[in-house]
Write a protein that binds this ligand. Sequence first.
Ligand code: SAM
Length: 244
Amino acid sequence: MHRFFLPPGTLSSGAQVALDAYAHQLHSVLRLQAGAPLVLLDGSGLEYAATLTDVSAKRAGALVGAARPCPTEPRLQITLYICSLKGEKFAWVLQKCTELGVVRFVPVVSRRSIVRPAAALDAKADRWHAVIREAAEQSHRAVLPALSPALDFDEAIAHAQGLRLLPWEGAASESGVARTPQLTAVEALSLLVGPEGGLADVEAAAAQAAGWQIVALGPRILRAETAAIAGVAALLALAGDMGM
Ligand code: SAM
């Protein structure tokens, strides 16, 4: 059944809601007609059964029905600080890590980031919000992951709080690298993944000085987009979220 996110606080059982923002998709892409069942969400953690009451190319509305829990959110709240990536790779990371369960994305411009400055990343926010929303609807997320304004690296490492993990490809061979701490009791953490060209040594050192723990993702060199997805999946598995 088709799922759609609405702004926070929009939904209550018995309410009639406007779906004009989705009219084209409902009418011309999905070709749904009045009476079609839908699932609506507004980030409350609940999902609502709904019935399409009217639909045209520009207007649509639905009657909101019963609410029910949507138990798909991970207990471990991961904020992914992701250095800018070329082409469609960044959008691909947003899509995959939304499916996996990341709750917040923070674009980062590091020394070796090819896509820069931060304003160039923020200019892509509308497109990236759409990628996140579509992935959240497809993966039956209960809430929409947030997309923060882009930060420069030094701002990013100061911005994060709590448990902060920095995967570094040299870590696997280095002694003294923190093994990922026990996560079953951790509620939230930040993960920062470098760009295609990696992080400069001075950046890794600054992050460590700011309290970030260097961690390994195995002895193989992963592409940045692979490292983001593998890192998020590994952390959720270690936290028991994957049911493995
Ligand atoms: N220095 C790499 C190279 O030689 O190709 C480039 C960096 S890698 C493509 C991009 C990012 O992925 C790194 O900054 C790091 O955050 C992460 N990464 C890749 N492989 C990793 C590994 N085995 N362990 C930890 N992090 C890794």
